[in-house]
Write a protein that binds this ligand. Structure first.
Ligand code: SF4
Length: 122
């Protein structure tokens, strides 16, 4: 069963793995890397794509009416700023940061602490 089928946010241990947290299921069209959109959570707010149109796109067909994703990862400081803004404005919490850079986590902690897979709350 995928994250979209069971609605799992991935932050609960239902695996019997002794407390290890599962990372959210990534939408399959995300470019590999640190920023991604979780599978199956989209309600088509379009806000992240508006903030980072060079980094994000959306997919739609008969079965998936709309789903945003990172079509590429940020490579410059300006693109990183836009990627962080995209995470911050995501209305559903599905636009996420999956790595452990403390500077990025610190920035996301201000408005989007729950969007960090390996974050901490100050
Ligand atoms: S932030 Fe959430 S609801 Fe908004 S477009 Fe992206 S996945 Fe969809």
């Amino acid at each position: 069963m995928t994250g979209s089928e069971n609605g799992s946010r991935g932050d609960e241990d239902k695996s019997g793995s002794g407390g290890l947290q599962m990372e959210p299921q990534r939408f399959e069209l995300n470019a590999p890397g640190d920023f991604y959109v979780e599978d199956g959570m989209c309600i088509a707010c379009e806000a992240p794509e508006h903030e980072a149109p060079d980094l994000m796109g959306h997919y739609s067909d008969d079965s998936v009416c709309y789903h945003c994703y990172f079509k590429r990862q940020p490579e410059t400081p300006e693109e990183l700023d836009r990627a962080i803004r995209a995470v911050e404005v995501g209305c559903c919490g599905a636009v996420r940061y999956g790595d452990r850079d403390p500077g990025i986590i610190r920035r996301l902690n201000k408005w989007a602490a729950d969007a960090c897979d390996h974050g901490w709350k100050s």
